[in-house]
Design a protein around this ligand. Structure first.
Ligand code: FAS
Ligand code: PHB
Length: 390
């Protein structure tokens, strides 16, 4: 079997790259280790930068997003029992974010790929990369008991943090940077109206909380929990009791609880692997970097990686120029590190760090007070939250 681009992973990064390549007439095959149903069932991100919305529109998959996505002009910070609105639109000259679940983005991309009839192999086992530092790389895998081999020109490693692609690069050819946070996020999805019309990021001495949403009828909540917490330890009632304790009274009083339709714990880490290329293998999305979800950047960084990688591949295959591929890693990393900084800063600003001393806790309080009292500081948060330019 042969193709021009072998895409490893059918998450948002792999599916979006496949859609863009297919529309440009560049042959590609997706190899995914889980089932299509499992991929479609994942509950993850919820906030899209304008750059990602524009890219999904260019890929021809923004129809439902434009009908159902919720455009938000602002976001709220909560601390000391008060709400502080950050007017994203006013502070960024008109930019906004769109609330639309990653699950829906994935669904729209899977549906579009099926409509195009492009080949995807789900439930692929023992995926392995070969000859990635030659001009004839290959991917081997198994579907059931049947061995498969895919010859290609380029491999796009879109297989996430735990994937095989980054691990296929020799250790002396890649450098990792990592910070693991001493807590996680316990997330809950519920079919009840959101606590407020916009997102609320809450700092409280008991821990961080986030009130988000998926639609006017479906809400997404998170609370900071200790690193080794187990989701079984949390009943729905215990979750909502703790959530209400961390929110301003005016919000807690009107928040509508209900039975969880999904509940899970995500660990928090900052991670970057450099460079994002080895020979004919190019890493994109979580395969190359992870951010704590506090800044709503994970999914959006996968989108900007795909913007750069698609442009470079189109140049390579259609214009016969290697310039884009040569500069891909440096160009993507320049934007990634700025989003890593913002996500790390938002995490430090809003979470409770047990090991912090009294002075450091006062610094955190001063940062919050300064932020909501300074238009310049608020503008800095706003321009990062809506997404820095591609
Ligand atoms: P993904 O991990 O989504 O996709 C990788 C795909 O590769 C998966 O389908 C996987 O099955 C497949 N794969 C793995 N190994 C393979 C192999 N060996 N062979 C073939 N396929 C393989 N971001 C936010 O902005 N906000 C959030 O609230 C948020 N919450 C998150 C919660 C969790 C639990 C996780 C894990 C991530 C969260 N993220 C969040 C980040 C998330 O949205 C990612 O940024 C996004 O999924 C990145 O997309 P991909 O790079 O496509 O990686
Ligand atoms: C979500 O709705 O899942 C969400 C929103 C904003 C974040 C993280 C997660 O920063």
């Amino acid at each position: 079997m042969r193709t021009q681009v072998a895409i490893i992973g059918a998450g948002p990064a792999g599916l979006l790259l496949g859609q863009l390549l297919s529309r440009a007439g560049i042959d590609n095959v997706i190899v995914e280790q889980r089932s299509r149903e499992h991929v479609l069932s994942r509950i993850r991100a919820g906030v899209l930068e304008q750059g990602m919305v524009d890219l999904l529109r260019e890929a021809g998959v923004a129809g439902r997003l434009e009908r159902e996505g919720l455009v938000h002009d602002g976001v709220c910070l909560a601390f000391a029992d008060a709400l502080h609105r950050i007017d994203l639109k006013a502070l960024t000259g008109g930019k906004t974010v769109t609330v639309y679940g990653q699950t829906e983005v994935t669904h729209d991309l899977v549906e579009a790929r099926q409509a195009l009839g492009r080949p995807s192999f789900y439930e692929a086992q023992d995926v392995a990369l070969h000859a990635i530092d030659t001009d004839r790389p290959r991917v081997s895998f198994r579907i059931g008991e049947e061995a498969q081999e895919l010859q290609c020109d380029v491999i796009a490693g879109c297989d996430g943090y735990h994937g095989v692609c980054r691990r296929s690069i020799p250790e002396n050819a890649i450098t990792s940077f990592e910070r693991v946070y001493p807590f996680g996020w316990l997330g809950l999805l519920v079919d009840r109206p959101p606590a407020a019309p916009e997102l609320i990021y809450a700092h409280h001495e008991r821990g961080f909380a986030l009130c988000s949403m998926r639609s006017p009828e479906r809400s997404r909540y998170y609370i900071q929990v200790p690193q080794n917490e187990r989701v079984e330890a949390w009943s729905d009632e215990a979750f909502f009791l703790e959530l209400r304790r961390r929110l301003p009274v005016e919000i807690a009083a009107t928040l509508v609880a209900g039975p969880a339709i999904e509940k899970s714990i995500a660990p928090l880490r900052s991670f970057v692997a450099e460079p994002m290329r080895f020979g004919r293998l190019f890493l994109a999305g979580d395969a190359a970097h992870i951010v704590p979800p506090t800044g709503a950047k994970g999914l959006n960084l996968a989108a900007s990686d795909i913007r750069y990688l698609f442009d470079a591949l189109r140049e390579h295959f259609l214009d016969h120029s290697a310039a884009g591929l040569e500069s891909y890693s440096a160009r993507a990393l320049a934007r990634i590190w700025k989003a890593e900084r913002f996500s790390w800063w938002m995490t430090g600003l809003l979470h409770r760090f047990p090991e912090r001393n009294p002075f450091e806790q006062r610094m955190q309080q001063a940062e919050l007070d300064y932020l909501v009292g300074s238009p310049a500081a608020a503008a800095a948060l706003a321009e990062n939250y809506v997404g820095l330019p591609y």
